[in-house]
Design a protein around this ligand. Structure first.
Ligand SMILES: Nc1ncnc2c1ncn2[C@@H]1O[C@H](COP(=O)(O)OS(=O)(=O)O)[C@@H](OP(=O)(O)O)[C@H]1O
Length: 157
C-alpha cells in the first residue's frame, strides 16, 4: 500500500514468478524460484536499499539451499473449526499436514482499496487458507527474502 508505480510493477513480476513456481514444481519449488529471482531485475523497496545485483545474489544463495519439509503446522483455528473441505480427504491441505509452501495467490492493492475485504471473502471458502495478518512482504519485508516469506503459514488454495 506504500508502493508507487514502479515497485507495484516489480511486485507483479515477482508474484507471477511465485505462481509459476508453485504450479510447475510443487515439491521442488526452490530451483524454479532461484532461476526466476536470479534472472530478474529487482526494483522497489529492497533494491532501493541495496544494489539489485547484491540482492539477487543473496536471494540465489538463500533459495538454492535445500529446504526442510513438513515443519509448518496448520493454524489452530483451522484445526478447531474443521473447515477443511472433503477435497482434502482427511488432510488439512492438498500438500499434506505440515507442508511449507509459498502462496498460490497474492492480493496486491493500494491502501483502502478493499484488499482486506477481498481476503475476508476468500477466507470463507473452505478450500482457501490465508495468512491471518497481512504479511507486507513486498513493501516492508522484501529484504528478508523468500525464506522469510515461506516461513509464514501460508496460503494453500
Ligand atoms: N465491494 C465494496 N464496495 C464498497 N466498499 C467497499 C467494498 N469493499 C470494501 N469496501 C470499503 O472500502 C474501504 C476499504 O476496505 P478495506 O479496509 O478492505 O481496504 S484495505 O484493506 O485497506 O485495502 C472500507 O471502507 P471503510 O469501512 O469506510 O473504511 C470498506 O468497507
Amino acid at each position: 500500500d506504500r508502493c508507487s508505480t514502479s515497485p507495484v510493477q516489480a511486485s507483479s513480476r515477482r508474484a507471477a514468478g511465485l505462481f509459476e513456481d508453485s504450479r510447475s514444481s510443487p515439491r521442488t519449488k526452490r530451483p524454479a524460484a532461484y532461476e526466476w529471482t536470479a534472472g530478474s531485475e529487482l526494483t522497489g523497496y529492497g533494491a532501493a536499499r541495496r544494489p539489485s545485483r547484491v540482492l539477487a545474489d543473496e536471494r540465489a544463495r538463500q533459495v538454492s539451499e535445500p529446504l526442510e519439509e513438513s515443519f509448518i503446522l496448520p493454524p489452530p483455528d483451522l484445526v478447531a473449526s474443521r473447515r477443511a473441505s472433503p477435497r482434502f480427504a482427511g488432510k488439512l491441505s492438498p500438500l499434506g499436514e505440515g507442508s511449507k509452501k509459498l502462496p498460490q495467490a497474492l492480493i496486491i492493492g493500494v491502501k483502502k482499496g478493499g484488499t482486506r475485504a477481498l481476503l475476508e471473502f476468500l477466507r470463507v471458502h473452505p478450500d482457501i487458507r490465508a495468512v491471518g495478518a497481512e504479511p507486507h512482504f513486498f513493501d516492508r519485508n522484501y529484504e528478508n527474502g523468500l525464506e522469510w516469506y515461506s516461513f509464514l503459514r501460508m496460503i494453500l488454495v
